[in-house]
Design a binder for this molecule. Sequence first.
Ligand code: GLC
Length: 781
Amino acid sequence: MLEDTSFAIRPLEKNEEQEGFQSFGNVQNGTERKQYFSFTCERGSGKICFYRDDVVRIVLNPFGEASMSSSPAVVKTPEKVEMHVEETEKEWVLETKKLKVIVHRAPFLVSIYDQQGNALVRDAKPALFDHKGKIACFHEMTEVDHIYGLGEKTGFLNKRGGKWTMWNTDVYAPHNPETDPLYQAHPYFMVLRNGRAHGVFFDNTFKTTFDFRSNSVYSFAADGGQLDYYVFAGPHPKDVLEQYTDLTGRMPLPPKWAIGYHQSRYSYETEQEVRELANTFIEKGIPLDAIYLDIHYMDEYRVFTFDRRRFPNPKEMIGELKEAGIRVVPIVDPGVKVDAEYAIYREGVERQYFCKYIEGNVYFGEVWPGKSSFPDFINKKVRKWWGEKHSFYTDLGIEGIWNDMNEPSVFNETKTMDEQVVHDDDGKLKTHRELHNIYGLMMCEATYKGMKKLLNGKRPFLLTRSGFSGIQRYAAVWTGDNRSFWEHLELSLPMCMNLGLSGVAFCGADVGGFAHDSNGELLARWTQVGAFIPYFRNHCAIGFARQEPWAFGEQYEPIIKQYIELRYQWLPHLYSLFAEAHQTGTPVMRPLLMEYPNDERTWNISDQFMIGHNVIIAPILRPNTTHRVVYLPKGTWVDYWSGEVLEGEKYHLIEAPLEKLPIYIKQGSMIVLGEPKRSTAIPDERLTLHVYKLNEGEATYTIYDDDGLTFAYEKGEYVRQHVHAIFKADEIHLQMETEGTYRPTWKLHVAVWGANEQTKVMINGKQTSFDEKTNTFIISS
Ligand code: GLC
């Protein structure tokens, strides 16, 4: 462990980093093919392919022909794109309606522009590789560039100034600004340059690094494989997300219960404890949609088993809880206990489904069950087998699974599987060194697809710790083993915002903090944040203070309860945003720059976020603190609690006693809220469209709803209630248009904020009268 001392910073003889590297040299010839441009260099070869007018892929192979196969992150095949090629002595110019790619011959360099002439990506110097297969490229970075994305990283929102590694790692502690990598690998980033955005995805499953430390150049590099990257033209941050998630896939709509409040602990150890927990929620009237079963539910940590002493009748328990509107979500880790009498292990060995060395001997590693073997999820047959095994859970009435330890985590020096292990990629043997980063993704694919099949039309919910680009197609992501520190509450904001900017709209951090002892104030403030984060689960580690909503006494319990209830009131707005993320890739939780990319004061805001395009959340992130500064962008903003109107493009010092989470709604916009309820299992009878009036202007809003449970929405069984509002001094016109075949359970009311007695409210051209009882205008259906 010498590296933990000052030895780590001993003087080195010379810079070894770029020794032995060489470039591709000059381009020797280039050919226009049907959908792509192909070329050979003095060393290696390349291909350039447009996937759409605004998405281009660059592939360079130093050792042979550039291969157009992709990692499992990519689900799109190239669209038919008109590509215009022009050849000159110096270069080739490849153009589509949106992009212009210049291939410089001597030396080989690539520059990519949009059709307005803005440089997006330009090689600052030739790409390099070494004889071991390491590969790197270097792009120009301007002074104003801000870097976002990169998945799950510590530190502030803007990733410029750092060097980041993608190598999925189980890090129990610490999670500091310098802790890197963590559990997820997203070799993807977005550059914001003077209000215009573009994206870069490096599709390489080896260990990769992204270096944004220099002032004028950034680089990305891999330990092996091709230099294979995509550039997304933007120019709006939302366009970049649309383009990136078109390539890597989008989140299916989660079941509504998955976005309610969830309670977890490592572990609720017995059936009795779980029932008591549920009863306490019910007695106290605190809403709850799911309870998690951590590793203690299993028979000596054997996956696909229950410990029958602790849980004598899981089916009954699960059924009764479901009746009460509470789902049960068990943990399923990849490690399969070595035990010749255990069916899963036996089958895995007999069918040769476990990860092996090339010589054929199974790889064993130590995890919770002790000596364990690991299914080779890279293989299709193994995924199918594993997926089908989940009938064990679905037969008991389970609809959600929690995949953990899937980096894969192994209790040894390297924290993971031996890199020399080989995976059977449907016939091709590839080392763990190459595929480590996609092990978790493939486990989730197996689990999600298996569950989906078994649930017969119902939507499964899957939570994962590890993943790679594209993980949003299968699972929600939580940020692993954080701690009950205020710093970790603060850290969770930029971490989740950057996950959202990396295509993972459904994400969250353990509310209250996982390890270490939480306290009432921290849990209250964290629950306020959690209520507005896409994934909302309170989870806590073994051996630390309990942190259920009531754990810290009467001073805090009502506040915590109030914010869990608020979550349920806000679910219709949140669910509409989930539907938007599912359709377009725009995240539910957004950094301010996503809505205000031209306002440079938004570019570095890590401690505020937006829920949709018109709501700003500015939580308190420090103990004994009741004030903070809030930046409000262009427009005027209404304090959700007091109705006070605050001016935009200004910093405000605001007050927030413990019971207040600062929430601001943009004037001249709308949100839809429901009534507080105990569980998403209870249908909404009434939704209220809250209209924040402006004296002059227009706004649009879409309420989305469906049955919240099945895939019928894919067949048109949803409702999209489009609202177009026109604001005048003493009139509001609301034009409503409905799309889809779903008949909602609710009646829509309209509440107007900032109106007076003279204000006329016209709905679809008819003046609507005010209902004194509900303080709203009721829309008759
Ligand atoms: C890992 C997970 C944590 C879980 C624990 C026991 O540390 O990150 O959430 O509670 O394992 O399963």
